[in-house]
Design a binder for this molecule. Structure first.
Ligand code: FE2
Length: 285
């Protein structure tokens, strides 16, 4: 007589469940998650932020690794979401290309639609440096109305306060120069730094307090272990700070998991991200 199995997880059912789960995870990683834009809203405590700038809203996009046809809808959606937010600043954190500079012009046609009350700023990523070069990348972005910072800063006067936007060159086989990047910024002016590789945060804060550095590069790990959130794949200059908010003394760092992919076009438990940061002058409860 066959034993009753209702309500009991048999080995066969368990294996079926595992197979279905694995197939589902692969389908998600390959076909669903890479195109599934999420918006992360984060209140970021910023030491040194003047009270007049409390509530400043910053949009951060990085690591587009754009491929025309494959990614147009995703990037168009990200820019539409940016514009719907009516942000104060939009920051573009590098790695626009993966291997070919030819994608820069079609990408810039989408990025030039981004609007922010006080400007759109961009820096180089390592892939841009390796494959497109600084002059071409800068020229295409500036033609699209985007301020491009390579070891430079732009000092803004907004809402009656001063704020410096400081952007370095890419770090990985690039020529980042913190002295040049921070040159001429008064000690009492808060710095919002844009640096592609997050681990360079430690080098920046060795020079002066950085109110907030924003970075990409890691893709948040690109594939993470669900629930545990562990990211097994590490990238050079993105091993210490992989995702989210970090603080050190009077300085802070936010790392986005970015929009695109590199290596395999997969994401798992780590979907594309538009980060909307609300800067807070006081500690967030
Ligand atoms: Fe990168």
């Amino acid at each position: 007589m066959k034993p009753a199995t209702r309500g009991i997880v048999t080995r066969r059912n368990f294996l079926r469940l595992m197979a279905a789960g694995t197939t589902g995870a692969f389908a998600d990683a390959l076909w669903i998650e890479p195109g599934w834009l999420t918006v992360t809203r984060c209140e970021v405590p910023c030491k040194g932020l003047p009270a007049g700038l409390d509530g400043l809203r910053v949009g951060l996009l990085a690591d587009l690794h754009f491929e025309p046809d494959r990614d147009d809808a995703l990037v168009e959606e990200a820019i539409a979401r940016v514009n719907a937010e009516k942000l104060d600043l939009v920051l573009l954190g590098g790695d626009y290309v993966t291997s070919s500079s030819s994608v820069l012009v079609p990408l810039a046609r989408i990025l030039e639609k981004a609007r922010a009350a006080h400007g759109v700023f961009a820096v180089m990523g390592n892939h841009d440096g390796w494959n497109a070069g600084r002059p071409l990348t800068r020229r295409i972005f500036e033609k699209s109305g985007i301020s491009f910072l390579i070891n430079q800063n732009s000092q803004l006067h907004l809402k009656g306060e001063k704020l410096a936007i400081a952007g370095t060159d890419f770090v990985w086989r690039g020529k980042p120069d913190p002295e040049a990047t921070l040159k001429g910024i008064a000690k009492d002016t808060p710095v919002l730094a844009l640096v592609h590789e997050p681990d360079y945060f430690d080098d920046m804060v060795a020079r002066r307090d950085i109110m907030l550095q924003v970075s990409g590069h890691t893709h948040g790990g690109q594939c993470r272990v669900p629930v545990a959130g562990y990211a097994p794949a590490k990238v050079k200059y993105g091993e210490k700070y992989i995702y989210g908010h970090h603080a050190s003394g009077n300085s802070g760092l936010f790392v986005t998991r970015g929009i695109g992919t590199s290596g395999l076009h997969v994401r798992f438990a780590c979907p594309p991200e538009l980060a909307i940061l609300t800067l807070r002058a006081k500690a967030v409860a």
